[in-house]
Design a protein around this ligand. Structure first.
Ligand code: DQA
Length: 148
């Protein structure tokens, strides 16, 4: 089975240091370790990457067309601005799951709109690090073709 690609966008490299009252105290390494641990339990492989650059995220989404079984993405602030990421998601045939640590619908008005939500399989927001782990569980069910 091809790996599940886990993409993190801008400023998420600063997790743990950046607005911990909103995003929590776990670092991106902590998040990636928790994802890797759960991936082991679920018997799937994951490939976790982070970039502050929109074009790099677009390139990685293109790579996923051939190289991944699914994509989990926290696009950070590009969620609210990037038609390029939306178009790259539309170019994929594998499932894409959108993730946010915070509940973007309970924050600033401009965070309530996501360019990705309308083109992804589903969105998980507001559960901190658990958002990624819930997304991984859901993605594993999707890629294994399990029916509820
Ligand atoms: C975020 C929410 C975005 O609005 C914000 O720009 C981020 C992080 C989240 O995980 O809650 O960088 O995607």
């Amino acid at each position: 089975m091809k790996p599940i690609l886990v993409l993190n966008g801008p400023n998420l490299n600063l997790l743990g240091k950046r607005q911990p009252e909103i995003y929590g105290s776990a670092t991106l390494d902590d998040v990636n370790e928790a994802i890797a641990r759960l991936a082991g339990e679920l018997n799937v492989s994951v490939d976790c990457r982070q970039s502050n650059h929109e074009g790099q995220l677009v390139d990685w989404l293109h790579e996923a067309r051939e190289g991944a079984s699914a994509v989990i993405i926290n696009a950070g602030a590009y969620t609210h601005t990037s038609i390029a990421l939306r178009d790259a998601v539309l170019a994929l045939s594998v499932p894409v799951i959108e993730v946010h640590l915070s509940n973007i619908y309970a924050r600033d008005e401009f965070r309530k709109h996501s360019y990705l939500s309308g083109v992804v399989h589903g969105t998980i927001a507001g559960f901190g690090v658990q958002s990624y782990l819930l997304a991984l569980r859901a993605t594993q069910l999707l890629v294994s073709g399990s029916k509820p």
